[in-house]
Design a protein around this ligand. Sequence first.
Ligand SMILES: NC(=O)c1ccc[n+]([C@@H]2O[C@H](COP(=O)([O-])OP(=O)(O)OC[C@H]3O[C@@H](n4cnc5c(N)ncnc54)[C@H](OP(=O)(O)O)[C@@H]3O)[C@@H](O)[C@H]2O)c1
Length: 356
Amino acid sequence: MRAAAPGGFLVLPWSGGGSSSDPEQEPGPGEEGRGGLLLRTGALLGLTVICVAVLRRWIAGGVCRCSVRLDGQTVLITGANTGIGKETSRELAARGARVVMACRDLTRAEQAAEEIRRSTGNGNVVIRHLDLASVYSVRQFAKDFLDSEDRLDILINNAGVMMCPRWLTEDGFETQLAVNHLGHFLLTNLLLPRLKSSAPSRVVTVSSIAHRGGRIDLDDPFFIRRPYSPLESYRQSKLANVLFTRELARRLRGSGVSSFCLHPGVIRTELGRHVEGWFPFLRALLSLPSLLFMKTPSQGSQTTVYCAVTPGLEGRSGRYFSDCAEKEAAPEGQDDEVARRLWEESARLVGLKDTC
Ligand SMILES: NC(=O)c1ccc[n+]([C@@H]2O[C@H](COP(=O)([O-])OP(=O)(O)OC[C@H]3O[C@@H](n4cnc5c(N)ncnc54)[C@H](OP(=O)(O)O)[C@@H]3O)[C@@H](O)[C@H]2O)c1
């Protein structure tokens, strides 16, 4: 029996006291306590699972819900052997496209391509060698592509390098600007005849929210006179992606070729490889939080796929997207005068006389 004490408190008998006459009917207070604890732990676990699921859903961001098929179309994706590029290749292969994966490491590229062929059932997935850090390689690649491919419906400028040390390419360019912008600038220009003949066609360039606060220094783009900052260089290159997209759209108005750029989100890929090199324990330290707070590569590919396949986006050519929706680029990404000057300087650097 429980007794109400003066003041309304419930007086519980001591568990070891044996005062309960029928333990079958009335559970002992120890069991009650354990039951309560179990209940509270279960509720807490349930709440945690729900919170993590809601958080993960929110982190995942937008999903491309458009079910357009790409049978008979050709897609070219740079940096497709891993990360976002590999998952974009998989998504587009699953829609029936011929997918050309342009990569610098052909062994990893073939492994990725084989995995994609198996998982999508699309055997029309091929690899080709492309090193965006080399003007020679880009020109060679473009020549082979034009000689052998009849169509180019979607070009995805995805490959990228982030915050590497100040490395110079064989052409004497700083690596981040060379790979992220100049290589793609040259590639797109050289492939324009095929994009135009396949119109309506699209160029999708993977930029980053890091373009915000970026600055294009046309007097010293390769950090020769100013101290090298890996972050400033990455920002400059990603701002160049946004300005390139804008200027390309302006120059191609009426041609049937549209141009889009995007921020894919914050994704668990190999992009941080150079940053992790400075702090060897960083990867281990961040592995658990990254599982919670970063997109998977497949989630990270959604905005690229959205820009590549969503019908009716042509009127938004030149714009910036994030989470499968159009977003405002930073003011520095809307400067038409800098975009025009960057285009002219890029053409001079890569030795391109005839641009669109
Ligand atoms: N991950 C993010 O959170 C995030 C956020 C914003 C923007 N982005 C952008 O998303 C794009 C894809 O990055 P990711 O996250 O998927 O990174 P990733 O896993 O490191 O993949 C980058 C790809 O680019 C390739 N690449 C690098 N240098 C190259 C070169 N010289 N020639 C040809 N290919 C080259 C890499 O090839 P190797 O494997 O041979 O090195 C790899 O296939 C990049 O443009 C990046 O700036 C990513």
